[in-house]
Design a protein around this ligand. Sequence first.
Ligand SMILES: [Zn+2]
Length: 1016
Amino acid sequence: MQSRKACHPVVSSRNLFGLSDDGDKEGRKKRMRGMIEYTTILHANYNDDDAEIGANYSGDDEIVCAFSDDEVANEEASDCGTDSDDEELYENPNITGNDSDSGSDEDEEIVEDDESINSIDEDRVDCDDNEEVPIDDLLENFKEYEANSAYFETFEKKHRVAVELCRLLRKTKASLGTYDLMMQWHFWATGKLRAGQPVSTHPDYVSRGKLFKMLRRRYNYDQEKWTIVKEITLPFSRARARIVLNDAQAAMQSLLTDPRIRDEDYLFFDNDPFCPPPDDLDYIGDLNTGRSYKETYKALIKNPSKEVLLPIVLYADGAVTGQFSALSVTAVQFTLGIFTRVARDKEHMWRTLGYIPSYSKVVSRGKGFFKQTGHADAPMAYQNTYLENEGDVLEDVTQVPAQDLHAMLDVILKGFIELQNGGFYWDLQYNGILYKNVKFVPFVIFFKADTEEAEKLCGSYNTHTDKVSQLCRYCECPTRESDNHLADFRLKTKGRIQRLVDRGDEAKLKELSQQYIENALYKVRMGQHSDQHIHGSCPMEMLHAILLGIFGYVRDMFFEQCGPNSQLAEEMNSLATEAGMRLARQSERDMPKTKFAGGITRGKLQAKEHTGILLCILAVLCSTSGGKLLRDRKKNNFAEVGLLEDWIRLVETLLEWEEWLKLPIMERNHVQYRLKYKHQYLMYLIRIVGKRKAGMGLKLVKFHSILHMRHDILNFGVPMEYDTGSNESGHKKTKRAAKLTQKREETFDEQVDIRLQEEHLLEMAKEEMNGRELWNYRFGHEFPEEAIPVVEQPCLGGAKYQAYKDVNGNNRIRLLSRPNKKERPGKIESQLVEFLIGLNEKVSEYMGSVTLRTLHKRGGLKFRASPCFMKEIWRDWVMVNWGEHGEEACKIYGFVDLTQIPQNCSINYGGIPELGPGIYAIVENSYKYVGEDNDENHHLFIPIQKEVHEMRDNMVSKMQFYLADVEAFTSPLVVIPDMGGNANDYFLLRSRQEWSDRFIKYLEAPIREFPMEVID
Ligand SMILES: [Zn+2]
């Protein structure tokens, strides 16, 4: 395959690693103001941290491979091969319609120009025309690899043993040296090794080094294309940075051919890779339903029968590596938008382009200065890192620290940009069809990043104080207008900012809160739907940062209005904490975390915890005692008429909003036409109800950003598409790898990258053992039929209680099962015992004594009814279908198995006139509260009242039990007592589905129902 590379030099290493044509040198230097590049392309020494077994790499392994000769040939040819081979490319029969393609590519560029308004010729930073030729190396390389697979040595048992051992050791995070020890032990234990004989002398022994070398060949992981180290001097700090890269083409090929990818992972309209985005989509879902995809398709796809638009998602986020937090890894990764969101959430759907070195890893600035002093010792001291043309670029030093990051990104993205600009040919295997010579037309649809990273990528200021003229990275809204829910300002565009940078207009850039830097991302092709480029292509993490940031403010505003450190605030806190405890023990398990032992006012909480906190606050606001406390306290805001109701409305709307934003599918109409005003209204509500005074009030990025949310959704699909929360899985891989390194600071990124590759190679070996050989990609892979999940039969479980009358005729109950940590005997209601004894008497004719069970499982749900579970009472509620009486919420006290009683035995008990065989729950019933306000659509918490036999002094003196057939259970519920209300008053929380439904109702409601007054 390497010899092949010499024949197809479109992306020769020369281009990949930053040495473009001499003629362009000056221009490029200008573009990357102050960036000094050196040319040391160091191949990471694979042996580096395997020194103890390094001998296996360098020398005489006997792996017979078709490549070995080529390899040598390639080395000889690599210096001179490039020029003459340019011509060969055009003769290559595999490039069909080459001329017309390159012609249309030029057209594309013009289109792009038109779109970046006001910037006809000034901001051209894209690559030369001759680079716009589609690349076929990727495909040719794979075909060659495929052909060579015939010569691969057989995957022997000893290799399988070695692969399995490596996989095992990785799972246990054992250190690398463990491998040899385990091997030694294995051979000794199986009697294959004499005492004292070194394991390496045994013919069945495969060293780690040999194994991975073999796997690298076997799975086309050419060492020259992975873990490439490039050193540059950073333009601001003058520090040397070691940047670890992977070849973009190799990474792309590896991703496209990954044998773990299945047909259902692909995202094509009508299951046809060539199907254009439909014009009449009435919904927004995955990223290909957004405007960015659609408009870019229109702009770039000239030949729909041969070209496939390839959206690429970039991602950069630092993974702190646990106990070695001083060492962090920031990987720039990518995946493809031809995969579904569900697929993109999987680890193996991402490949790494390179690593941004963390600052601690950048060699200190001092060394650079030492060199500049011209001391005689300096050149020798740094002869390995300082290369020839350093002197002539020193004047390019920049004063802007942010340029350093973009200089590094420029290196990391170089190969990727070439691949992207030209596009590439590929044979796409999908649904059993091999689509040959598909021309992929890539573009970066968005860059997934958290707010801080996104601002760095956009080159906007990272500070958010009132000293900054603009806070928003999307638009030119001045800081003083950031709390204005009606703000509507011009969007920031690449064209405008590039023009200012070219002109060196630092003052104007400062006005836009933009750094005076050459943005490395500007060279990347992005969505053609607008001229915003990167400034509109780092979608907000609505679910993670923005929304939950706002939730946090709302909580703070609530306690601020109670009076900070006031008694009221304290009471609210303890009521909310109590409500949270009740909310946590429910049959509906899909609930946000609400249990906050330390209260809800203080403490740094995780983003996802804020939903639960608002829910606790809402429960208090709705409760009788919460409302009374808030209204009655003199000298507080809540005495204001209507404020409490406004607060309830605000908190409810926020909760419903979040639930709606989490939907996988949205109606396009809602986002396009209805959301603008309703978002403004929501902001208005936060302003007038919350009245934030602390800090900058509501002049906050997160608050202002609400105005831009609908654009992101329209452009890129539903928020889940770009919420970084879902990408955490990608990090685990990096974290795992980091733990297996030797934590040597200088080479940390390299070590991590190599560990990741090893993990990948082992996975490929596993796939091969399962019959999915990488080289058979074009023939398609078979997957075993998924086992149909066993449907769990409804059953009873938990503790067993038995009620009986003792010799004196007193009612007794005893725990039959063994008391354990979970379930221990405590107190139980006498009336329940009486009810059980009554039941016993009725059925005694047909069966033995009835036992009361505390757990019922059905359809994946658990219903618990225990007087003492984990030291506390836990009695779930459930919706029961009472037939002609409708559905009512019921509180469960236990379960009884009456399957042994016969049909038609005419037992009348527990409200059932003719008891039949079956499993029953003992329940109390409830009714929707009929108060003066009969509008049951009003709130998230619906007031209900439990049916009781007798009330005395506002306390339940006699309960009313019913038997409910478990087959009549319809849904799990969340029910909490109304604190301070009647003894039998409760609140039923609407289901999450209803929350988003209610937000949709809000969207659809006419604007006139939500008037906004002018705020001074
Ligand atoms: Zn804005």
